[in-house]
Design a protein around this ligand. Sequence first.
Ligand code: IMO
Ligand code: MG
Length: 452
Amino acid sequence: MDFDSLGNTSVVGLQWGDEGKGKIVDLLTEYFDLVVRYAGGANAGHTVRVGEEKFALHLMPSGILRPGVLNIIGPGVALDLEILSTEIDGLRKRGVAINDNLLISLRAHLVMPYHKKQDRLAEARLGDSRKIGTTAKGIGPCYADKALRMTALRVTDLCYPDEFREKLGEIISDRNRIFASLYDDSEPLDAKAIADQWLGYAERLRSHFADTTSVLNDAIADGKRILFEGAQGSLLDITHGTFPFVTSSTCTAAGVAAGAGVPPSAVQSYLGVVKAYCTRVGSGPFPTEQADATGDLIRERGHEYGTTTGRPRRCGWFDAFATRYSVLLGGITQIAVMHLDTLSTIGDLKICTGYRVGGKPLHTFPADIRELEHVEPVYETLPGWQEDISAATSFEALPIAARRYINRLEEVLGAPITIVSIGAERTATLHRSTALRVARGRSPAVSGRAGG
Ligand code: IMO
Ligand code: MG
């Protein structure tokens, strides 16, 4: 792929998160000047492998691992300074330089200890059968305060310590009362201790606080190249995902401009990331889930355990019907397929190309999970391959069955698959030339309706 001609690019997850966005962002960062996180918070877990070293990043943009790149935590991020601080310490210990290569938006909202506490208490109250299965990082409660406005705190509020202490005191006093009466909580939070702790983080991180909106728009004017690092996945989007089993931010392509603070026209390409199969953590419908030996095999081979919470991920076949919905929603211009190597030796492979309800095909992705919970996936079965593919050096060198699998995914998704990942390392990445497929007489960019 010609990365140099990509323009400002957004990397967007097209499933339920954990698609491998971290690796793709790290790979592409070589061709960009800035990397921007624009949504979500420490609920994200982006894994990047550099040689023998593995980095699990939560709030830090993945561009931090490449010298010379400016990393921005944008206004749309739900920012937990406690987690970010720990992340900075951990990275520095491993020799990663963090200085003027990191900027934090003054407009970003702060995730506070009462947000995490509320996340835990609310989930516990819902119980195992009804809970969302959140990452307990306080994301929902933080964005709820953002929408409520008067009970929200932003990075910029830390620059006014007296007002910060006063407002925090009021908020915590109210939250303690709510937690005690609603959840029988008997461990009130200590407003003074939290204010001291947070003003300490502010002291430490002050040189990184900036009006990142103006920095980004200056960078655009200067012709700098910007990579936007999406978190979560389109099916977890607060509006378009499998509501209410979603996260609390706009994690489709539409969230980039709003969360980063750039005009929509500043983003030229949307690179969707999918796994060669499908996973989901937490509750909610998952039509192609294989809660059996096949799912277990995928989990073990793909190391499908949460980067943020360590929870085993639910695993299943590739859901092309759901993913096509994400492709259309996001105006996705190309796709990276991750973890193809995980499918080696699994046997026959299935791709879900449609849903049926009561024997009748659906033409659109259901708006209501009551319907989604009852759909019957329509599968196509493709032959698998027995070879270990992790050492392949070109797409053409893959076994024919592996190439057919990717070709079929491309057809049903309706967007060109330009990257195929066959391992965690940077080098375990195959590039697929669109020109090749045009020469074979197939249009690489199918747009518009994908049909049922
Ligand atoms: P990355 O960026 C996978 C899921 C949670 C839960 C739901 C709501 O690594 O792809 P939240 O804590 O956000 O309120 O949880 O969303 N979830 C993710 N799943 N990858 C993620 O991020 C996720 N971020 C949130 O498991 O089901
Ligand atoms: Mg993750």
